[in-house]
Each structure stands twice: as structure tokens, then as C-alpha cells.
Ligand binder design. Structure first.
Ligand code: ATP
Ligand code: MG
Length: 388
């Protein structure tokens, strides 16, 4: 008898020594949540160095694999047929697995046994299964280097898992294993990618968005929600909090030297994020800045903004070019949402020529001229938090 099993492979978890159990448990929990979110109830089992998700059909196995590849910690997901360890069953399963990847001309068999208690070595298994397939597939040829199709056979804990379809996972570490961060999320291209990257490394991202409301419409809030819906299958999206920032920006624009406006907006954003971090138990902030990309992202300006932060500020994109960030946004799927035109607080009251080499004393003077403590109290009191 054969069964359809989604085999989840993970690499880095294996390196975590004593923590391994904890990481595996988290990964299993996140995988179960992702499957539940698909409206399915499937059994998830741990088998030496892999996780097995028991599916009802091959089609279901494929759709579960497409979802699970986006779960942090997953290196690869394979749609397998689980059989008894006898050669006849393994060969038939390999023929079936290859039929799912037609059309192909060349193929090979790639076997692996997790334990040496199985009497046939990997090399022997390759040639036995290969010879059997050659008889039944006279139009196809065996090719060792870059074949069109591969029949994989993994013998693990009393069963054989046979597959030809496998999807690369996003890698990283299971969500929640690294703790919580506050991610400053605009509806632009960069910060969704930065948020995705920190989630991939195991963080739970509580996202904080500043809209231009009431000076602009609330389009950016809708876009940010869409972005987070898209990132949700990672299991790393904690919550979304929105701040109506337009009036504060107007006040800043009226009261500080024009060229320092953006730096003061950013300082107020970071100061808000540090206060908000306490509410959600976050230990760091994340932004989508990349060195020198725009005026506010020069070293001098980053330093003048960071001075206000009482928590570490992570910038996962600091060394990336814009084109690299765009390519990644397309891969993740956020690019089309981020490209929709919207007015948010970034476009509001922009100075004609912003400062590029801020002098900290000037920035501190401008900052001290504002009623920041009161503003922070009222921003925090009016922050609107939603669960995604
Ligand atoms: P992005 O594409 O992420 O908006 P950007 O290249 O437009 O980035 P800036 O507008 O200077 O650069 O913003 C720098 C960073 O500050 C953003 O990546 C984001 O982390 C944060 N930020 C900017 N605007 C907002 C906002 N409206 N809400 C939350 N965070 C913001
Ligand atoms: Mg922006």
C-alpha cells in the first residue's frame, strides 16, 4: 500500500545542538498552523531528520508543499509516495513519481538510506531501480549529469519515500525562535522585504505603520494590510499597529528648519517604536533602509536618527542595491502591492532640499523645541492595533 506524504527537509535546525528539540517543536507547530490555515487537518510526524505530513491525494500534497515552502525553517518540501521498503514497491512508486513530471527524456535514480539496517546500499538501490525503470521506459535514457528528471528514493525508519517533485523552501529558522521585533513597515518596496528577512531568521514581527491620516487618505493602511496577509503563511507576522501621523508631521513642518523635517519625522517614528516595543515585548526595531539610497539614509543622518533609539535598530537591507531589493520583493510577492500608488506620510510635507549630512547638535535643538513627551503619550494612547 502506498500513501501520499509531504516530506519536509530542514538543514540549519540540525546544527542547533541542545536546542534542536525546541526548534523542531516550533517548526512542527508552525507547519500545523499553516496547514490549518489552508482549512486542512493532516497528521504531522517527526521521522529522523525530516517531518512527514500525511496527505490524502497527490494533488493535495502539491498544494500543501506550495504553502509549506514559505514557512521559515523549511529547506525543501518533496511530494513523496511512501511505500514498504521492498524493491517491487519502491520501483512501482518511482515509475509513478516520474509519470508526474512528464515530459522528460533523461532521468536518473538518486537513493539515500538514513540507517544501515536496510540491507541494500544506496549505490545498489540506484542501479536496481534504474535497471527496472529502463525496461519499462524504453523511450527514456539514463543520464548522470543534469538529467531532466530524478527519481529520489529515501529509506527512512522502516519505510521508503519516493519522489520526483520537490520545491525549495525559504530556509531560515522557525518563527518565534528568535523573539519579537517591531518592524517599521511602510507601503513602500523596501520595508516589506526587510520584514520578510527578519521573519525568515525566526523573529515575530509586530509591524508599526505611520499613515498620513488625516492629511492624506488611508490608502497606505490598506496596502500594508495586504502586504501582511501575503506574509502571513510564514507564521512570523505578530500584529499590525497604525499611527495617524499626518498632524504630527504638519506640526513638525511648521516648527523645525525645513531641511531637518524628514530627520525629525524619522526620530519620532523610532521613539514611538521604542515605546511600543514594550507593549509587545520586542527587543529590537527593524527598518528597510539601505545605505545612501535616499537623503535620509546617509551615515550622518542614520546616526542622527538612531541617537533617539533605546533599542538596537536592525537594517537587513543596509548593503543591498535597489535592484536587488526589487528582485527580492518580486520573488516574495510584495512588489505588486508596493508599486500601487499611494500617498502616505513619506510624501507629506517633503522639504525641497533635505539635509544629507546632519549635525547632531542642530537636530537635537530642533527636537528639543517640540513637545515630544506629550506627543508620544498621545500617539501611544491612540495607536490602533489589529491582529492579522
Ligand atoms: P520603504 O520602501 O520601506 O518605504 P524607502 O526607501 O521609501 O523605504 P524611507 O521612506 O526613507 O525609505 O523610509 C526608510 C524606512 O523608514 C522604511 O524602510 C521604513 O522601515 C521606515 N518608514 C518610512 N516610512 C514609514 C511609514 N510610513 N510607516 C512605517 N515605517 C516607515
Ligand atoms: Mg518610503
Amino acid at each position: 500500500m502506498s500513501e501520499h506524504v509531504c516530506l519536509v527537509h530542514y538543514h540549519e535546525l540540525g546544527l542547533k545542538g541542545k536546542n534542536r528539540n525546541n526548534f523542531e517543536r516550533r517548526l512542527i507547530g508552525n507547519i500545523k498552523t499553516a496547514i490549518n490555515e489552508m482549512g486542512l487537518r493532516l497528521e504531522v510526524r517527526r521521522i529522523s531528520g525530516r517531518l512527514a505530513v500525511l496527505a490524502d491525494t497527490h494533488e493535495q500534497c502539491l498544494s500543501v508543499a506550495s504553502c509549506l515552502r514559505k514557512v521559515p525553517g523549511v529547506a525543501r518540501v518533496s511530494c513523496t509516495i511512501r511505500t514498504q521498503r521492498n524493491l517491487d514497491d519502491i520501483c512501482s512508486a518511482a515509475l509513478l513519481a516520474l509519470s508526474w513530471v512528464e515530459p522528460f527524456l533523461s532521468f536518473k535514480v538518486n537513493s539515500r538510506r538514513a540507517h544501515t539496517d536496510y540491507p541494500i546500499s544506496s549505490m545498489e538501490l540506484n542501479s536496481l531501480v534504474g535497471a527496472w525503470l529502463c525496461e519499462r521506459l524504453p523511450q527514456k535514457r539514463v543520464q548522470m549529469r543534469s538529467p531532466d528528471a530524478v527519481a529520489h528514493v529515501e529509506v527512512i525508519e522502516g519505510a521508503a519515500y519516493v519522489y520526483s517533485q520537490s520545491q525549495k523552501g525559504i530556509g531560515g529558522l522557525p518563527s518565534g525562535s528568535a523573539g519579537a521585533v517591531v518592524s517599521l513597515l511602510s507601503a513602500g518596496i523596501d520595508s516589506p522585504v526587510a520584514t520578510w528577512r527578519i521573519i525568515r531568521r525566526g523573529a515575530i514581527a509586530h509591524c508599526l505603520h505611520f499613515s498620513g491620516v488625516p492629511q492624506t487618505p488611508d490608502t497606505s493602511k490598506h496596502l500594508v494590510r495586504e502586504i501582511l496577509e501575503l506574509l502571513k503563511p510564514t507564521g512570523g507576522v505578530g500584529s499590525l499597529a497604525c499611527v495617524d501621523f499626518g498632524d504630527y508631521q504638519r506640526n513638525i513642518a511648521l516648527n523645525v528648519p525645513e531641511k531637518l523635517r524628514v530627520l525629525i519625522y524619522r526620530r519620532l517614528m523610532l521613539a514611538t517604536a521604542c515605546r511600543y516595543a514594550k507593549n509587545v515585548g520586542a527587543k529590537a526595531l527593524v527598518t528597510g533602509e539601505s545605505l545612501g539610497q535616499v537623503a535620509s539614509q546617509t551615515l550622518a543622518n542614520i546616526m542622527a536618527v538612531d541617537e533617539v533609539a533605546s533599542l538596537p535598530v536592525f537594517r537587513p537591507l543596509i548593503g543591498n542595491d535597489k535592484q536587488e531589493i526589487i528582485d527580492e520583493a518580486k520573488e516574495i510577492g510584495t512588489f505588486t502591492i508596493s508599486s500601487q500608488s499611494h500617498e502616505d506620510c513619506c510624501t507629506l510635507f517633503m522639504p525641497r532640499s533635505p539635509e544629507t549630512q546632519a549635525k547632531l547638535p542642530e537636530v537635537l535643538d530642533a527636537w528639543a523645541s517640540l513637545a515630544i513627551a506629550e506627543w508620544l503619550d498621545s500617539i501611544l494612547a491612540n495607536i490602533h492595533v489589529e491582529k492579522i
